[in-house]
Design a binder for this molecule. Sequence first.
Ligand code: PSV
Ligand code: MN
Length: 382
Amino acid sequence: MKDALRRQHIETPSWAYGNSGTRFKVFAQQGVPRTPQEKIDDAAQVHRFTGVAPSVALHIPWDRVDDYAALAAHAKDQGVAIGAINSNVFQDDDYMLGSVTNPDPAVRRKALDHLLECVDIMDQTGSRDLKLWFSDGTNYPGQDDIRARQDRLAEALAAVYDRLGDDQRFLLEYKLFEPAFYTTDVPDWGTSYAHCVKLGDKAKVCVDTGHHAPGTNIEFIVAFLLREDKLGAFDFNSRFYADDDLMVGAADPFQLFRIMYEVVRGGGYEPEAGVAFMLDQCHNIEPKIQGQIRSVMNVQEATAKALLVDRDALHAAQDAGDVLGANAVFMDAYNTDVRPLLAEVREDMGLDPDPIAAYKASGYYEKVVAERKDGQAAGWGA
Ligand code: PSV
Ligand code: MN
């Protein structure tokens, strides 16, 4: 178990380190990075204190630079690597009626060119994964042809797929609604799955835990996709209402445990499965680096509990039809306090057993507050 926990890999998102907010207000925090390089520096702190966050995802154009190979070299110097490249076809006026599903072929071409540019960037950063999320959809019945939009989506996805290198993949992320409020072109895992199946092995589904209707059984989706070898990645976060982007494990740690159990059960924790465990969160009111450290620790705790499930006892109870016995085995693992075990794992790795306290004592926050006083803090704007 300790071995498995030591080799955990959780990817943090560059945008978590910049200022963020809701459509009502973006609160500025002190010491926030001004450049992609500084976001990577902050991500490196999360890895330094947890030991299990060795890569950082980029978002284009938020992390646009002239030289991506140099950015990858900068990351390497900081002890981390560049992970997934996230495309962005949702923040340009041209995309008001959609990007790759827009009725206007010129807008569709522009969106596709951006996606292809992201693959060029992957070639330079050495990234394996391109994450695709489309805000495309409609707000009013009759606004556009629902089926034609699927055809346009399929055409764009096929073009991106054909551009991928042998070791590259795309991850198609779904989201029930927002910003589109009537139809969304990739609203659920089934839509994503169907497009990915048609294209082949390099197309996988990304499950963002905040992108479902309330009450959706996410662990079922995870079990199903793993069985079909179509689970490519997680965007972890938690939600009370909609796409809240709160810290993973904050709203419902039991759900996170249930998800991680299906991951372990389905072989998704093994590196060969190729499942990327990424965070996709915003820290609007809490300190950002600490928020990321806390989130990484929450995933570690859920993983440790999932690994603790006595699967032999569970299967025996399941086979015997022992409903209460099976449930008790499952709950025993969930109710175990794994924090002392994780403290030991950190000590084995030469880390402080308390990553948050160690980060606070490091003086990094005070240093960046002083260093980053001037200039424009990074943020995605709202
Ligand atoms: C969309 O809500 C999303 O989950 C996608 O992953 C985007 O890339 C990300 O959030 C931007 O914050
Ligand atoms: Mn996401």
